[in-house]
Design a protein around this ligand. Structure first.
Ligand code: UDP
Ligand code: MG
Length: 347
């Protein structure tokens, strides 16, 4: 009996119809020349464009090495990767962005590091091809994360990473919502390493992360992996109340020595707004944690898979030939009549 694949590549896909054809060319070429048995698991994260159709067509073209997990809604990049992990049959899992910012040609180097005995291979983008704003913001977030979590990643944003089978099994045992996959994996990794990889500009289409989504993602990373922000908050609270106590004492002394004063009202306002700002931030921060707790205790399924296109494991050539005429769910088989045809997906 033939063993499963060596390498499983997981690609989250959200509205990437303009990139997919080029991704297929480069990814399959890179893996075909790798000389390992491989599979590619695409997870369609509720795309509203023709991505699902393109993926279904690619599955028909290469059913031996292609698997497609179709979500019925948009659950986010990290949930898509977690769903991919649940379907991994290989010994090494590699995650990769669909937009070709992570060159597929780097995959062999990641595989080599796992073979060298590492269970987690992180990456550092040699020269990052993103906007100056993204680069600066991400440097600041990296530094902040370094301080408040125990996760050591030089470049937290690069998603081209490799994980060995045992680590993937551990990740599959985690039922966390809104997580950050590289950080979660790092917490369990025994022999992590990092390598430099090249980085390219997005091939086509635009970033799926708005400023708002980026902020949310970073909250997931900070509050999902550390309670230090809460503790900092208590410290700030202590310092502030000591300061306020001192101020009160000072005012009291002045009251008796100089009599009643009304100057400095605006200073008082400024101070007050400052404190109110801090208090509001604190409540918001508490809310982040309470929100996480609420999401975890609900124990809802983290995503919903509407269909999986795949040939059975260890399928014979004849079965695979048949798989190319595989019955594709009508929702993704047909060309969507108009723009918003993603059937079954909710807002
Ligand atoms: N992605 C996803 N679901 C989302 C947002 C993004 O599956 O809700 C995928 C997207 O298709 C791409 C990867 O995650 O393969 C990274 O997204 P993007 O390139 O837009 O992010 P950026 O490079 O700007 O950080
Ligand atoms: Mg990108």
């Amino acid at each position: 009996m033939m063993a499963g694949p060596d390498v499983s590549v997981i690609v989250p896909v959200y509205n990437e119809e303009r990139v997919l054809p080029r991704l297929f060319e480069r990814l399959y070429a890179a893996l075909d020349s790798l000389g390992e048995r491989y599979e590619i698991i695409f997870v369609n994260d509720g795309s509203r464009d023709r991505s699902a159709q393109l993926l279904a067509a690619q599955f028909r073209a290469r059913p031996d090495v292609t698997r497609v997990v179709l979500f019925n809604g948009n659950f986010g990049q990290h949930m898509a990767i977690m769903a991919g992990f649940e379907h991994v049959r290989g010994q090494i899992a590699i995650t990769l962005d669909a937009d070709l910012q992570n060159p597929p040609e780097e995959i062999p180097r990641l595989v080599a590091e796992i073979r060298a005995g590492h269970d987690y291979v992180g990456t550092i983008r040699r020269q990052r091809e993103d906007s100056a704003f993204r680069r600066t913001a991400s440097k600041a977030m990296n530094r902040l994360r370094e301080r408040i979590t125990r996760i050591e990643m030089t470049d937290q944003g690069c998603m081209l990473r490799a994980y060995d089978r045992a680590l993937v099994d551990t990740l599959n045992a985690c039922q966390e919502v809104n997580t950050f996959v590289p950080a979660l994996a790092y917490t369990f990794a025994a022999r992590p390493t990092e390598i430099m990889v090249s980085h390219e500009e997005r091939f086509a289409g635009e970033s799926k992360y708005s400023l708002y989504k980026l902020i949310r993602l970073n909250f997931d990373l900070m509050t999902g992996f550390s309670i230090v922000p809460l503790q900092w908050f208590s410290l700030v609270g202590i310092v502030l109340s000591l300061g306020a106590g001192a101020l009160f004492a000072l005012l009291l002394v002045r009251r008796f020595m100089l009599g009643a004063e009304v100057e400095g009202v605006f200073t008082l306002f400024a101070l007050m707004f400052f404190f109110i700002g801090i208090v509001l931030f604190g409540i918001g921060l508490m809310g982040e944690y309470v929100g996480r707790i609420q999401q975890e205790v609900r124990r809802r399924p983290r995503y919903r898979v509407s269909a999986v296109l795949e040939a059975p494991p260890q399928a014979s050539p004849e079965a695979l030939a048949e798989a190319s005429s595989f019955r594709i769910p009508s929702a993704v088989a047909a060309e969507p009549p108009s723009v918003n045809a993603a059937s079954g997906s909710k807002a």
